[in-house]
Every structure is written in structure tokens, then in C-alpha cells.
Design a protein around this ligand. Structure first.
Ligand SMILES: [Zn+2]
Ligand SMILES: [Zn+2]
Length: 537
């Protein structure tokens, strides 16, 4: 979840505002950055600048706009996706969205921004040259330096070099692929690999991909046409991106080449190619539904093929491997990076390209961005090995300050963290903790009745859900009753009486002790009835 604040005396500009997706979700749909720092300075926040339309760069925009209605400057393709996303949030009316164009500079307060074209796995990706009164910052966004991308519009290396000659104070550069030594294959090579593969296949072919990769979509469309196959689109995000890309003239599909899934089932299998979402094995996505054979219209059968034109995001490996096995078990021929290394390339710069970026920009100081600590550290080492001594490694919440005498240094931190979203609403960390506890260890529930002294008036029943017990339930229950009675007596001591809240807490303590097993700590819920008082829990 990318979110960077650039702050001058005049105000704050936010670069990118993304989300991430949880792995063990406990009902969490997505996670966005904690905006406390920006909220406390909302009068100073001037705008959000967007490098490109990937979710890890735009997904949190609705949540920030809800807190502060600032203008959003985004390239056309990202803008279209942001509009689409904002239309799902009824509480955001009339958002101020502005389209930016490479090499067309604009100003926000005392900051001047020049967007510059970069190649990436989505159309309209940009780097930014950001001129502040104190320093010139070059932010690469997510990029790669591909000489001959399918749209014929490579990264604007000419302008990067000019700016480098002119002098750049701080370079912030994409670290994702610092472990990939040499330039990766070109997107065009993926196109020809897919075409060759599809040509050899006989049954229906389904190709899974990240739908925002419009170049890849075009390659797949071309492969289908070349092999005389009709195309059908499976999954909402494929349809969203196809529509957006067609609207902006970034994707060409002859209108008679597209067919509905039900129509596809009436054609000879070798005349059909489907483009599908779900390469990360998301349970409700098209590929998972095909594997479970519960897609309403489209069915696969023995001899059909599925190609994963994608990588597996760290954390999804287990689910993706299970999906591949499910498909293979059903007699489907599966192709992915391990079987066919040329069906996917990354959208990020390899080490060789990262080096070239540093060479072109020749910055006075360097901040690696976009990656794990390992990636950032290795990228910082790379910059240092190229003579950029002044490198600063920032983690979430860290602040770097540019000093007028020409040096960049760490300068403390700001509040940061994760905000968990369930169905559009943020969940308090305490609720999430309760869900986690219930999910991991189960729940113990007891209702106790107190006498006028605050001690147990009658024996009580305990019920559990999902709790692992090492003895029969009834004997543990007897233990629990004794433990609660004893704990209440101790808590009361020589006093006249025990307050209901104190009794509740003491009983919960006793139950937690009794029902704890190994590392399992069930959630304990105690309700207290006291004479004349309300029930508390
Ligand atoms: Zn990206
Ligand atoms: Zn990214």
C-alpha cells in the first residue's frame, strides 16, 4: 500500500494512495494505510498525485477522500479506474479528478510536477519530477525500461537524462525486482509465446492474467484471432479493464470476435478462448469457479487447457498450487511459469534497469521504494556501490528531511499502521483481535448469578464453541465452577461486597486459566446477573 507524503512550507502533496489484501482475512476485505498524520494536517493537504492505476497505488483513494475532499491528479487510465471505484462509494459526491499527461507540467502550491512516461504492466504509468522550493525529487513510480513495448511508447529516457544533467537531489526508485539480475524478456516475447502455445492446443483455452495488463490482453486477443478462436471474458475485473481500455483506444478487439460465455459453449472447443480473472486463486474468481465446475455458463472438460499468464503473489502460493492440482485432477492441461517460463514477464525493472535509472538521473541522494525491507536494503546497497553515498532507507512511518546545505537524512517518524476494512467499513483492532481469538481458539461463554455479597448464588453452566479440551467437558466444567467461585472469594477478600464488574472480570480470569490449552487462548465471555441490577457482560 503505497502512500508517500511530500511536505514543504506550503503544504502536503500525497503521492499514491493504495491498499493491500489480507492473507488470513477474518472478514477483512482490504487494508489501507493509517491516515492519522494526514488527518491531523488536513488543512495543509493539497492533492493526491497518482503514478498509475494498480490497486496498491489507488485503492485507498476513496477512504482518504472521505476524510478530506482534495483534488486527485491521475493519468487517464488510472482516472477511469478511480472513477469506477468512487462510483461504489455513495458518500463521495463530486470528486475533483484531473487528468495528467506526460511532459505536461503543472503546479500545486509551491510544488511543480512534471509527469513522465514509464513502461509498466498497466497503461499510462508515470514517473514524476517534483520540484519543491528546497529540492528536486524524482519519483520513478513502478517502472521498467523496455526498449520496444507493444504500444511503441517506451519510458521517457531522453527526458530522464536531461533532468539528470540538470541535477536531481533525491531519487526514489522502484525496488521490487532488485534480485533479478538481467533485463527481463519483453512483453512482445510473451505475446509470441502465448500465440505459439495456443496454436498447439486443441480444446478450449482459458488464459488467466491480471486484467489491468492491457498489453497482455491485446497479445491474448491477437493470439485468439491468429488461431481463429472466438473470445469470451470471464470475471468482473476482466470486463472492467476491457471496457476502460477500449474507451481509451488502448485495446482493439473486433466486435464480432467477442462472444458471451453461453454462446462459447455452443461452439467447437477449438474455436474458443476465454480470458479469466483469478490467477491468485481468489475463491469467487472465474478460475476457481471453473475448477469447481460451478461457473454458471462456462464449463471445462478433459483436454481443455488453462494458461496462467501471471506470477503468484507471495502469500498465495498454497492456494494457487491447490487450484492447479484441482484443474489437473479434472483432466485440464495446465500451463504456468514453472512449465512454460515465457508465458509471463514482470512489469518491474530488474537490477540492470534499476542501475540504468540511477545512471540516467545521477541523483545526489537516494531512497529505495516499493518492496520488502530486503529489496529496499539491496537497492540502497546498489546505489551506494554506484557512488550515491547519501542513501536513506525508509520503512513505514519514517521521515526523511532534505537540508538546505544539500543533504538528505532521517528525521524521526509519524503515526502509521494498517486500517482493516470489512465491507467498506473500518474494523477496530479490538474487534479484529476478538475474531482472531475466536477463529484460532474458540469461545467460552458463561452466565453467572451473584448474591448480594457479589459471590456466586447458584452453580452456573459454561458452554463452549470450537474450544479444544483435554478432558471430558463435564469434568472441566466442574473445575471451572470451582475456579470461578474461588476467584470471586479472593477478589472480594474481607470487603462487604464485590461489584458486578469486578465479579465479571474475576470470573473471566478464572475461566481463561481453566480453558487455556497449550498456546490456545479462547475468547471468554461472561455475563453477570446481580440482584436488582442490570445484566452486564
Ligand atoms: Zn504497479
Ligand atoms: Zn505497485
Amino acid at each position: 500500500m503505497n502512500c508517500l507524503a511530500i511536505e514543504t512550507d506550503d503544504g502536503i502533496v500525497v503521492v499514491d494512495c493504495g491498499v493491500t489484501f489480507p492473507h488470513d482475512n477474518y472478514g477483512v476485505d482490504l487494508v489501507h494505510p493509517d491516515f492519522t498524520y494526514l488527518w491531523e494536517r488536513r488543512e495543509q493537504v493539497k492533492a493526491i498525485l497518482v503514478t498509475h492505476g494498480h490497486e496498491d497505488h489507488i485503492g485507498a483513494i476513496p477512504f482518504l477522500l472521505r476524510m478530506m475532499p482534495v483534488p486527485v491528479f491521475a493519468p487517464a487510465y488510472a482516472r477511469m479506474l478511480i472513477e469506477h471505484r468512487l462510483s461504489e462509494h455513495e458518500d463521495i459526491v463530486d470528486p475533483d479528478l484531473r487528468t495528467i499527461v506526460p511532459r505536461r507540467a503543472f503546479s500545486i502550491g509551491d510544488i511543480r510536477i512534471e509527469p513522465l512516461r514509464v513502461t509498466h504492466s498497466i497503461p499510462d504509468a508515470n514517473a514524476f519530477c517534483i520540484d519543491t522550493p528546497g529540492a528536486r525529487i524524482f519519483h520513478t513510480g513502478d517502472f521498467k525500461l523496455e526498449e520496444d513495448p507493444p504500444d511503441g511508447q517506451p519510458s521517457d529516457e531522453e527526458r530522464f537524462a536531461e533532468l539528470g544533467e540538470d541535477g536531481v537531489d533525491v531519487l526514489l526508485s522502484d525496488s521490487t525486482n532488485v534480485d533479478v539480475e538481467v533485463r527481463t524478456n519483453s512483453e512482445r516475447s510473451v505475446g509470441s509465446a502465448l500465440r505459439e502455445l495456443v496454436r498447439k492446443l486443441e480444446g478450449r483455452v482459458v488464459i488467466g492474467l491480471f486484467a489491468s495488463n492491457v498489453h497482455r490482453l491485446q497479445s491474448i486477443v491477437d493470439a485468439a484471432l491468429f488461431c481463429d478462436r472466438q473470445i469470451c471474458l470471464l470475471g468482473r475485473s476482466v470486463q472492467t479493464h476491457v471496457r476502460a481500455a477500449q474507451t481509451l483506444n488502448k485495446l482493439r478487439i473486433p466486435s464480432d470476435a467477442l462472444i458471451a460465455p453461453e454462446e462459447a459453449m455452443r461452439l467447437d472447443p477449438e474455436r474458443v478462448l476465454a480470458i479469466a480473472t483469478g490467477t491468485q486463486a481468489e475463491p469467487v474468481s472465474a478460475l476457481s469457479r471453473l475448477a469447481r465446475n460451478d461457473h454458471p455458463y462456462f464449463k471445462l472438460q478433459r483436454g481443455d487447457a488453462v494458461i496462467f499468464s501471471s506470477r503468484t503473489i507471495p502469500g498465495s502460493e498454497r492456494q494457487v498450487s491447490a487450484l492447479i492440482c484441482d484443474l489437473e485432477r479434472a483432466g485440464i492441461d495446465v500451463h504456468f511459469r514453472s512449465t512454460d517460463s515465457d508465458v509471463h514477464v514482470s512489469g518491474h525493472a530488474s537490477r540492470a534497469e534499476q542501475k540504468r535509472m540511477i545512471d540516467l538521473i545521477k541523483p545526489r541522494s537516494f531512497i529505495p521504494i516499493h518492496g520488502t525491507y530486503h529489496h529496499l536494503k539491496r537497492h540502497a546497497d546498489l546505489a551506494r556501490s554506484m557512488g550515491i553515498e547519501n542513501t536513506v532507507l525508509l520503512e513505514n512511518g519514517d521521515v526523511a528531511k532534505w537540508y538546505p546545505y544539500g543533504k538528505l537524512a532521517m528525521d524521526g517518524g509519524v503515526p502509521h499502521g494498517r486500517v482493516f476494512i470489512d465491507d467498506g467499513v473500518s474494523i477496530a483492532p479490538s474487534i479484529l483481535e476478538e475474531r482472531r481469538q475466536m477463529g484460532d481458539s474458540g469461545t467460552v461463554y458463561a452466565q453467572i448469578t451473584l448474591d448480594k455479597n457479589g459471590l456466586l448464588s447458584t452453580p452456573f453452566a459454561v458452554s463452549t464453541r470450537g474450544v479444544l479440551l483435554d478432558e471430558p467437558a463435564h469434568s472441566i466444567e466442574a473445575l471451572a465452577r470451582d475456579a470461578v467461585a474461588e476467584q470471586l472469594r479472593q477478589a472480594k477478600g474481607p470487603r462487604e461486597m464485590l461489584m458486578p464488574e469486578e465479579a465479571r472480570d474475576a470470573a473471566a480470569r478464572a475461566l481463561r486459566r481453566v480453558y487455556r490449552l497449550g498456546s490456545r487462548r479462547p475468547l471468554v465471555v461472561v455475563q453477570v446477573k446481580s440482584p436488582g441490577g442490570p445484566i452486564i457482560g
